[in-house]
Design a binder for this molecule. Structure first.
Ligand code: SF4
Ligand code: SF4
Length: 428
C-alpha cells in the first residue's frame, strides 16, 4: 500500500468532523466527549483525521509543498485510532488511520522526518531499542531468574518483555512479575533475553516502514529457530505489532497479551488468588490493545471504479472499527482479584482517550503529550479511584511522568502487578 491507495478515502471524506468526537451514543457528558487529542489541543481542522486527509490529497495532487507546518500537523497526532472508530460509525468504506500512517511513510521517505524522531531511530538502528539504551543490557531484568534462554534452547512459548519493560528500571518489575505468574501456573516458556529485539512497531508508527520490516523479519526468524509457536507479551505496542503487522510479512505465530493469557489461566483454574488487594481502581484501555488490538484479517483485493467515479473494493476490505479489541480479559482479571473494586471512566474500550504518548508524540512534542495524559488523569480522578490500572508500559510511564508535574495522589499500576500481589505477598 502507498498513500495513493488512500486517495479515494481522501475524496470520500465528507468533512463531517465526526472523527473529532467519541461515538455520540457513547457520550456521557460534554466534558469527556472529545475523541481526538490532536485537534482538541491544536484547535485547527488540519490536526484532525479529516484535515489530514485534505493535506494528503493536496500533496498527492501537487497542490501544496511540504512546509514545517505540514510536518507539524502530520506528526502531532498519537495515531491513537479514535478517529478511525468514529468515522466507521457512519462510514463503511474509509480507513483514516491507515491513511495517516501512509502520509507519515511518504514524508519520511521524502526526507521530512521530525528531528527528534531521527535521533530515536539512530538508537533503534545501533542499539536495537526505542530508548537508546545499551543493547547488551536488554536482558538484565531476568538476571538470576533462571529462565530458559531461547537463543540457545527451544520452547513453544516465548515471553517477549519489549523495550520499555526491559530497560525502564521503575517498571521492569512487571516483567519479573509476569514470568513469576507464568511459573506459578506451570507454563513451559523461555525468553530471548539479551538477544530479544525491538518489535519495530514504534518505528513503523513514526514513519520508518523499512526499519520495521528489518526488525520484524529478524524476530520471526529467531522465533522460528527456537521452535516458538506462541509469543506472549505484557506490552500493548508489541502486541499490536506482532498481531496485526507481522502477519502481513508472513508470520503465523500466535500472539497473546499477558492479560489474555492470565485470563485463560484463571478460567482453567491454574492461578489462585490468595491475598486481598483492597483498592478502588479504574482501567485505562491502551489504544494498541483495545481498539487497535483486533485480529488480523488478510485482504488481497483490488480497487475498482464503478459508474466512472465511485471507488469500491473487491472483495470488501476488512472493517477494523474497534469492536473486537481486547477489553474484557483485563476487566475479568481485575474483577476476580479479592478486595479490588473496578470503577469505569466515561470514555472506555473503543472510545478510550489516549494516554498521550503514541505516534512519537512524547519524544517530539512533550507539552502536547503532558496535556493529553493530564486529560486522562483528570477523567480517572473523577471516578473516585485511587489508582489508574493499565496493560501497557508506555501508558504507565506516561501517566507517571505526567503526574510528576501535577498535583494528583493517584497511583499507577499494571494489571500484572495486581495479579502478582494477589498471588504472592511480597513485592519486587
Ligand atoms: S475522516 Fe471520516 S469522520 Fe472525519 S471528516 Fe472525514 S468522513 Fe467525517
Ligand atoms: S489518530 Fe488520534 S490523535 Fe490522530 S487524528 Fe486520529 S483521533 Fe486524532
Amino acid at each position: 500500500m502507498t498513500l495513493l491507495n488512500y486517495r479515494a478515502d481522501a475524496l470520500r471524506c465528507t468533512r463531517c468532523s465526526y472523527c473529532k468526537w467519541i461515538p455520540f451514543d457513547l457520550m456521557k457528558s460534554w466534558r469527556f466527549s472529545k475523541g481526538c487529542p490532536s485537534v482538541d489541543y491544536n484547535h485547527f481542522h488540519s490536526y484532525s483525521a479529516g484535515g489530514r486527509l485534505v493535506t494528503a490529497l493536496s500533496l498527492l495532487d501537487n497542490r501544496i509543498e511540504v512546509t514545517d507546518r505540514v510536518i507539524d500537523s502530520v506528526f502531532k497526532c498519537q495515531l491513537c485510532g479514535s478517529c478511525d472508530v468514529t468515522c466507521k460509525m457512519c462510514r463503511f468504506d474509509m480507513e483514516p488511520l491507515s491513511a495517516l500512517r501512509e502520509l507519515r511513510f511518504k514524508l519520511v521517505e521524502e526526507g521530512h522526518a521530525v528531528p527528534k524522531h531521527k535521533s530515536v531511530m539512530e538508537g533503534f538502528r545501533t542499539q536495537n531499542n526505542m530508548l537508546n539504551k545499551v543493547k547488551t543490557k536488554r536482558g538484565d531484568w531476568a538476571d538470576g531468574l533462571n529462565l530458559r534462554d531461547l537463543s540457545k534452547d527451544k520452547a513453544e512459548i516465548v515471553f517477549h518483555a519489549g523495550c520499555r519493560y526491559s530497560y525502564d528500571n521503575d517498571l521492569n518489575h512487571v516483567a519479573k512479575a509476569s514470568v513469576s505468574i507464568l511459573q506459578e501456573a506451570g507454563v513451559d516458556f523461555g525468553i530471548l533475553g539479551k538477544e530479544e529485539n525491538c518489535c519495530g512497531g514504534r518505528a513503523f508508527n513514526i514513519g520508518y516502514k523499512k526499519d520495521f520490516v528489518t526488525a520484524a523479519t529478524k524476530n520471526i526468524k529467531d522465533w522460528t529457530n527456537a521452535g516458538v509457536k506462541t509469543v506472549v507479551t505484557p506490552c500493548a505496542d508489541c502486541y499490536y505489532t506482532f498481531k496485526r503487522l507481522y502477519p502481513e510479512i508472513g508470520s503465523e505465530i500466535k500472539v497473546l497479551h499477558m492479560v489474555e493469557f492470565i485470563d485463560q489461566l484463571i478460567k482453567q483454574g491454574k492461578l489462585e488468588f490468595k491475598n486481598s488487594v483492597p483498592m478502588r481502581v479504574t482501567y485505562h484501555d491502551p489504544c494498541y490493545l483495545g481498539r487497535q488490538g483486533e485480529p488480523y484479517i488478510p485482504w488481497k483485493g483490488k480497487e475498482k471504479k464503478i459508474f466512472g467515479q465511485v471507488v469500491i473494493y473487491e472483495p470488501r476490505k476488512p472493517r477494523y472499527n474497534g469492536a473486537n479489541g481486547i477489553y474484557e480479559p483485563p476487566r475479568n482479571i481485575l474483577r476476580a482479584i479479592p478486595g479490588l473494586e473496578l470503577v469505569e471512566m466515561e470514555r472506555i474500550k473503543e472510545a478510550a482517550w489516549c494516554c498521550g504518548a503514541g505516534g512519537g508524540v512524547k519524544e517530539a512534542y512533550p507539552d502536547f503529550f503532558t496535556w493529553t495524559a493530564n486529560e486522562r488523569i483528570e477523567e480517572a480522578s473523577s471516578t473516585g479511584a485511587e489508582a489508574i490500572i493499565s496493560a501497557c508500559p508506555w501508558c504507565e510511564r506516561n501517566f507517571i511522568d505526567a503526574m510528576k508535574e501535577g498535583d494528583t495522589n493517584m497511583k499507577v499500576f499494571d494489571v500484572i502487578e495486581l495479579v502478582y500481589k494477589a498471588i504472592r505477598k511480597e513485592d519486587f
